[in-house]
Write a new protein. Structure first.
Lengths: 496, 227, 118
């Protein structure tokens, strides 16, 4: 049998490939310099260059490497959001790491590796690629979670994340095997690519074979469990609060946004490209899970005294809102998801940036009462925090409102009116604990004289990050039409 | 299937299952780890019997070779639990048993249901059938992408259809290596070193009990103090 | 196909029998007179102290982890080597890239001092 080598299509693979190479470069530079600023700057340049590659390949739509990866405008837009979120997280980490005595150059290399895994996941058009993307981002994140090892809670968080993540990886592989087994049974197509799966299912349907076979439903369920774990969808969310609390704050900010975004794109592609024929089977179950996720996250967040844990539960709830866009399985739903992701990325990283400025050396996590009287100590910071909290709650004129509006509209169009009702009700509940944070900052006196004297580390990179987040939220909230039109045009065009 | 193969199959299964039972019943945890290696080798031999050579080699290389080493090292790194006579059963062992039985049933029932008629097919038979079906479906010519089974086809597939995952795996392994070094290195600088036998003897002779920190690791004594 | 493994089977049986046979024979013919001195643990003439199982250095584990990583690499090298005859130059370049990426990891480990003994 003659072997014909595959064609190497670096246009399609451009963004992840460049970022991977850049990660290796950062790793090598780390061997020769101990200057954190140099590493951070090189990493930021790499992120910008990768985003630039997306600009160059804009408008191309094709698959490569035997349908393994796909390049389309939808993927590119999500990639840009992920790159932006990574850049903001680097700004957060720049002064945080030395302050916490965690100066290790591997941080930036691992961050770039994790992001390149996410870009791969976003562009994946094959079950094997989905697996590799998930693993690349997970392994890097396990280490980054445990980056503050001298602190016991960080090591514990990494351990929990690793053990449960390994379990989820097992589900993913087993699910892939079952899907492959069903698709490859008795016929010619034996590829794991999403397009091949949809063709095979269509062929089976045409031949009168029932496609809602228990084997493929179990397989699909297992794959969705594994991806739902990364999204922290209820009931696979249990790891979230502990891991988010234990991880270094910039990493919490980073993974609360990017992991969810990348895994949700994989779910969108899986459900709309490969398993569109099984829509009646998955849509209802997914809608129930989304409703549970929103309700659980928001209600449990009320009881939290610790700010990081509160934001962790709130991130579970936001995953539920994003799921609403995903399960609508329409171009409108996909564009709603993108808008929500942008809003959520700016807001959540912003909120964690405020926490970063308040964390002293050795301080693991902040209690709600530590915010008391922040307005007197640092008025601008508390104004920024108010904007983030309003945006998370979905108050009009903020980005969060636009995101929620878009996903509700998509779900309404997909005839899931009860789900919209659940979404609106849980948003109202969430307003309670988000507003409680602002009340603490403005109304209450500091717990002690010592607390009133605590320094605020609003250094230059953090101020830049905060400004970007605030400006982005206001632009998206006040004049959303430009952004909405852009996203709608690109995503609808990409979805044919 | 002929009786020789059947006999070998039952012998190997007995070896694998027997070692598996020994893993969970022996009192000495190091012996349990050694029995685990025997289980791994038994599974590898079973793979060989099914003509899945590559899988057998991987089983020996990764499980019998590397994973068992990791398990043994992990046991020897922890000072307290190496002793014999560790309690074997958790008070709710039946939950674990039911879970294991349910998982086993979940795997075996659909398999028998789906594949019950083709028990006696070997891997090469199955491969031949798949290739034939694929060729028929493709209008008489052998298609470009065919199911992968043998080692050689696997190698060709890694360089062809699965080239991209193959290359990304190297990055994945590198990230894992960095992570391992990062975390174990941290551990090393924190724990420092364990005393040698001679140092321990010197300490005992002077009646000093080994100082432990709150995590149970030995706190090293300065050289001049120990001698 | 399976019969080609018959040699391995015969070899395995021989390999197990060969060391077992002398042990069994000697167990049958040797006299059995145990005493306390004979049964004590021998440690270069010194009296044995402490337990046999001491805690290993964490250092070993680092090597074990690195070993596992490069072991997995072998798993990929193996089918590549088997199929190399039909693959040609392209496969050589691809494997070169694969190994290069892993070498960067090795260089990193080396330079960070992870392979040094302390």
């Amino acid at each position: 049998m003659p072997f014909n080598p595959p064609s190497i299509d670096l246009t399609v693979l451009g963004m992840p490939a460049l970022l991977m190479a850049w990660g290796m470069l950062v790793l090598l530079i780390d061997l020769f310099t101990s200057n954190q600023r140099v590493l951070a700057t090189v990493s930021l340049i790499g992120l910008i260059a990768t985003a630039g590659v997306g600009l160059l390949t804009w408008g191309t739509q094709r698959t490569a490497f035997f349908d393994m990866v796909v390049l389309d405008n939808f993927g590119t837009v999500v990639n840009w959001i992920l790159l932006g979120a990574t850049a903001l997280s680097i700004l957060l980490a720049l002064d945080y790491l030395p302050r916490q005595n965690l100066m290790r150059g591997e941080f930036y290399a691992l961050l770039l590796f994790a992001t390149s895994g996410m870009l791969l996941l976003v562009q994946a058009n094959d079950l094997v690629m989905i697996f590799i993307g998930v693993e690349l981002l997970s392994i890097s994140l396990y280490v980054l979670t445990g980056f503050a090892v001298p602190r016991i809670s960080s090591g514990e968080a990494a351990m929990k994340y690793l053990l449960l993540g390994a379990f989820a990886a097992g589900f993913l592989v087993y699910g892939i095997a079952l899907i492959y087994g069903f698709v490859a049974a008795n016929d010619a197509i034996s590829s794991t690519s999403l397009t091949a799966i949809s063709q095979d299912l269509a062929a089976k349907q045409a031949a009168g074979i029932a496609i809602n076979d228990p084997i493929i439903l179990t397989g699909l369920g297992f794959v969705l469990i594994a991806l739902g774990f990364k999204v922290s969808m209820v009931p696979f969310h249990a790891w979230t609060p502990d891991v988010y609390e234990g991880a270094p704050t910039p990493i919490t900010a980073y993974m609360s946004v990017t992991t969810k975004g990348a895994a949700l794109v994989a779910i969108i592609r899986l459900l709309t490209v490969a398993f569109a024929a099984l829509r009646p089977e998955w849509q209802f179950i997914f809608a129930i899970l989304a409703a549970l996720t929103m309700t659980y996250g928001n209600i449990v967040a009320i009881a939290q005294k610790n700010l990081k844990r509160m934001l962790a539960y709130s991130s579970i709830a936001h995953a539920g809102y994003m799921l609403m866009g995903v399960l609508s399985a329409s171009p409108l739903g996909a564009s709603a998801f993108v808008i929500y992701l942008v809003a959520y990325a700016l807001t959540n990283i912003g909120a964690f940036a405020v926490l970063t400025t308040l964390e002293n050396r050795g301080m693991a996590a902040l209690e709600l009462q530590d915010l008391r009287g922040l307005y007197r100590r640092h008025p601008w910071l508390s104004v920024a925090m108010v904007i983030f909290m309003f945006s998370l709650a979905g108050v009009p004129l903020t980005a969060g409102f636009m995101g929620k509006f878009a996903v509700f509209q998509a779900a309404w169009d997909a005839d899931l009116k009860w789900l919209v009702l659940v979404g609106v009700l849980t948003s109202v509940i969430s307003a309670f604990f988000y507003l409680r944070v602002t009340v603490q900052m403005f109304m209450e006196e500091p717990v002690s004289a010592e607390a009133a004297e605590r320094p605020v580390f609003a250094t230059a990179p953090l101020v830049v990050g905060l400004t970007i987040a605030v400006v982005g939220i206001i632009i998206l909230g006040v004049v959303p039409s430009q952004v909405l039109n852009f996203v709608n045009n690109t995503v609808v065009a990409a979805a044919r | 299937m002929n009786y020789v193969v059947l006999t070998i199959f039952f012998l190997l299964s007995a070896l694998t299952l027997g070692s598996g039972i020994m893993v969970v019943t022996v009192k000495n945890i190091i012996h349990a780890a050694l029995w685990l290696i025997s289980t791994f080798v038994g599974v590898a031999a079973l793979y060989m019997l099914m003509e899945a050579e590559f899988l057998a080699i991987v089983q020996v290389l990764v499980y019998a070779g590397a994973v068992s080493i990791l398990v043994l090292f992990a046991i020897m790194l922890t000072r307290q639990i190496t002793g014999t006579g560790t309690r074997q059963l958790h008070s709710r062992w039946w939950v674990a048993m039911l879970t294991a039985a349910a998982l086993f049933g979940g795997v075996i029932v659909p398999t028998v249901w789906q594949q019950g008629s083709s028990w006696d097919k070997t891997a090469s038979d199955a491969q031949a059938i798949l290739v034939q079906q694929a060729t028929e479906a493709n209008g008489g010519t052998r298609p470009e992408i065919i199911p992968v089974a043998g080692t050689e086809e696997l190698g060709a597939a890694l360089m062809g259809e699965y080239l991209l995952p193959f290359e990304v795996v190297s990055l994945l392994l590198t990230a894992a290596l960095i992570g391992a070094i990062l975390i174990a290195f941290e551990e090393r600088t924190r724990r420092r070193r364990v005393l040698t036998l001679a140092e321990e003897l010197a300490l005992r002779k002077r009646g000093i009990v080994e100082p432990h920190d709150e995590e149970g690791a030995v706190v090293p004594v300065d050289a001049e103090q120990a001698v | 196909m399976l019969s080609t493994y018959a040699f391995i089977g015969i070899f395995t049986v021989a390999a197990i029998t060969f060391p077992l046979l002398p042990l069994i024979i000697s167990a049958i013919i040797r006299p059995n007179r145990p005493s306390e001195v004979k049964l004590s643990t021998y440690e270069c003439g010194l009296e044995a102290i402490g337990e046999i199982w001491v805690q290993f250095k964490v250092q070993y584990y680092l090597y074990a982890l690195a070993f596992v990583i490069f072991d997995i690499e072998t798993v990929f090298l193996y089918p590549w080597a088997v199929a190399y005859g039909q693959l040609g130059l392209f496969a050589l370049i691809e494997m070169g890239i694969f190994l290069m990426i892993l070498t960067v990891g090795l260089v990193y480990a080396w330079k960070k001092g992870a392979l040094e003994w302390i």
